[in-house]
Design a protein around this ligand. Sequence first.
Ligand SMILES: [Ca+2]
Ligand SMILES: [Ca+2]
Ligand SMILES: [Ca+2]
Length: 355
Amino acid sequence: MDVAKQISKKLVGVALALAAISGTAQATPGGIITPLITSGALPDSPAAHVDANVPNSPFSGVVSINIRYDGQSYICSGTLVGKRQVVSAGHCVDTTGNGTLIDLNKPGSDVRVVFNATSSGPGSNVITATKVQMNPNYAGFGHCPAGVPGFCVNDDLAVITLGQDAPASAKIYKIAGQQLEANTRIIMAGYGLSGDGINGYTIDPSFRVKRTGENVVDLFDGDDENGFGGAREVWYADFDGNGHDTFCEWGLACSQQLPNNRESGIGGGDSGGPSFIEQYGELMLIATNTFGGTPDGITKGAFGTYFGGIALHSYLNYLVEATDGAAQVVPEPATTAMFGLGLLALAGARRRKQR
Ligand SMILES: [Ca+2]
Ligand SMILES: [Ca+2]
Ligand SMILES: [Ca+2]
């Protein structure tokens, strides 16, 4: 029995409600919006999730991004992975919704990255991108490869190259080299819509206010170019609280629910922002946040919604290439390495015995 396929099938049915967390989808007020960092119920609040814009913040390299074209202005989030390289979402730099990369040479079109961790005051560190790339398999938000039915949020990755080095105060994150696994606790950050689990979205995105929150990974979609089999490309988590545990109710996954002041969702403007794990004592990028979904009868952004993004393990080669080798991929620590050594030793012992 192919569990992944079943889940993927179920999600494709469910996924019609998915919306991009920002970029194009956020164009019209009242239109479809999704991911941002939200808080739990009172006494937790969006304000309690704000991360101060100071150089010693562990989130100092989480940036907001202003994308402008055709007289429109959008907000997304991103992660610094090299002095001049920012990882974000493909849909943030897609000007048509069909995978059309923004043309930086067109008058009025630009991509600007906003760094907040600066001692020289707000507004002093906005750096314009000189190059923007979109994953070659990204064909627009929700678009599947030719001949594949469904709603695909796969391959929604972008790499933005800055025209000058990021401020020294902005942390450069390494990328975790291992597969993202279900039940992993992830730490998310972004500049998007916020609100709380009861009321949903109540607070607009802001280029200078970032929030952080956590959740636990529930499910995955495989590669859309490969019949949704093989490598994991898309991760999902639900925003649990106040009696809602959506993926568990749907019989898909019943992962741990985090405490009210940590369990969070995402909203419009959080798109492209990071999901980190803690490894070797630091935050490492393992996934991005790109979409949200609202089941029938649930308030947008409130408990019971779900969301997710791109699991980077399948894209490590792409990221290293698109950053001209700047992105640093770190192998996973401890157990696997030790286990590998153990196996080697055993094999050696057996060989010796046979001899
Ligand atoms: Ca794919
Ligand atoms: Ca959850
Ligand atoms: Ca859950």
